[in-house]
Write a protein that binds this ligand. Structure first.
Ligand SMILES: Cc1ncc(COP(=O)(O)O)c(C=O)c1O
Length: 385
């Protein structure tokens, strides 16, 4: 850890914990101490740690071909794109390597689409309290001051409306607006699901004003909420959706999906990524997609309901929990005490959790989590509080 602090740039406040291996919903530190992992690398390790099918696919792909660039075709990438399209309302996929990159791709596609139509539109309306990543475009879209300080001037033409407030959005639409960007379930700012009525109206407003609707499903997508995309639960379909995090179970990947119409905004040369969709990452994501379409989603729904029940029991017992909310296995508890104190105590007691803002603890375990593991979590959390 001392060496890490000496050589690694000081951008993270890490817990003093060095993890060396994992298995399913558990990880182990260098002394062999076992931790129940409900942080899952911040909603990433969707199939748990050291999943056999995933490990085999990564190993076998590494023995064949790791990387070739997008100058040529590769089979795992095409197969993954086909799976994503056949299991969604989208027609085309662009691959990249992270959530922020997928957001950048969507911001660019929205502007390119508008510029191609000669409309002169460029403005994108994002939401207050959102989180879209740390690149300059994504951080401009992120509606939280604390992340944007000291970076001015940010990208012009991105403004913010109140989330879950249709009037606030309506008031900001002008003849310069080309797109609306939002998370169907805001994650990093504290697990805030959109209201169904609101999302339906956002779609209507976009249709009426000829705006592209972009959903950031980096955290709430890839099965996390109980369906492949969170927007399917709402029955509201965007023109563009971006995903990352859990899509390849821990191998870096990002994807932007678009309808045929929106995808027309890009022509060859308009956007690219050296690593995007490389054979290793897409071979891993193919395994995750097969699991998600092969029955894993029913476990997400079932265990999501059970976890909600257990968290509500804890809320009834402990006054410091003021609300339980979320969808599927993307749940949060609102606290009236600092989240970090409880998270630190849980680590001591063998449980990894991740906070969201100062007063919310997130529960984003592997999608393979079992009822027994949820019982174990509830016990540790109870005694830690
Ligand atoms: C909704 C959302 N969008 C984008 C990002 C950025 O993803 P990445 O850290 O992979 O760039 C995150 C990360 O937490 C996220 O939750």
């Amino acid at each position: 850890m001392e060496k890490g602090m000496q050589y690694i740039m000081n951008t993270y406040s890490r817990f003093p914990l060095k993890l060396v291996r994992g298995e399913g919903t558990y990880v182990y530190d260098e002394n062999g101490k076992k931790y129940l992992d409900f942080a899952a690398g911040i909603a990433v390790t969707s199939l748990g740690h050291a999943n056999k099918k995933l490990t085999e696919a990564i190993k076998s792909q590494a023995e064949k071909l790791l990387h070739i660039s997008n100058l040529y075709w590769n089979e795992p990438q095409i197969t993954l794109a086909e799976k994503l399209v056949k299991n969604s309302a989208f027609d085309k996929v662009f691959f990249c390597n992270s959530g922020a990159e997928s957001v950048e791709a969507a911001l660019k596609l929205a502007r390119k689409y508008a510029s191609k139509s000669g409309s002169g539109k460029y403005e994108i309306i994002a939401m207050n309290n959102s989180f879209h990543g740390r690149t300059l475009g994504a951080i401009t879209a992120t509606g939280q001051k604390k992340y944007r300080e000291g970076l001015a001037p940010l990208l012009p033409g991105i403004i913010h409306a109140e989330f879950n407030d249709i009037k606030s959005l309506e008031a900001l639409i002008t003849d310069k607006t080309c797109a609306v960007l939002l998370e169907p379930v805001q994650g990093e700012s504290g697990i805030h699901p959109a209201d169904k009525d609101y999302l339906v109206k956002v779609r209507e407003l976009c249709n009426q004003n000829n705006l592209l609707l972009i959903f950031d499903e980096v955290q709430c997508g890839a099965g996390r909420c109980g369906s492949l995309f969170a927007h399917e639960i709402y029955g509201v379909y965007p023109d563009i959706a971006v995903m990352a995090k859990g899509l390849a179970g821990g191998v870096p990947i990002g994807a932007m999906l678009a309808t045929e119409k929106a995808a027309q905004g890009f022509k060859p040369g308009d956007h690219a990524s050296t690593f995007g969709g490389n054979p290793l990452a897409t071979a891993a994501a193919n395994v995750v997609m097969d699991e998600l379409t092969g029955g894993l989603l029913s476990n997400v729904k079932k265990q999501g309901e059970y976890l909600t029940l257990k968290l509500k029991e804890l809320a009834a017992k402990h006054k410091c929990i003021t609300e339980v909310r979320g969808l599927g296995l993307m749940l949060g508890i609102e606290l009236n005490v600092p989240a970090k104190d409880i998270v630190a105590k849980c680590i001591e007691n063998g449980l990894l959790l991740v906070s969201a803002g100062e007063r919310v603890i997130r529960f984003v375990p592997p999608l393979t989590v079992s009822k027994e593991e949820i019982d174990e979590l509830a016990g540790i959390l109870d005694s830690s509080i």
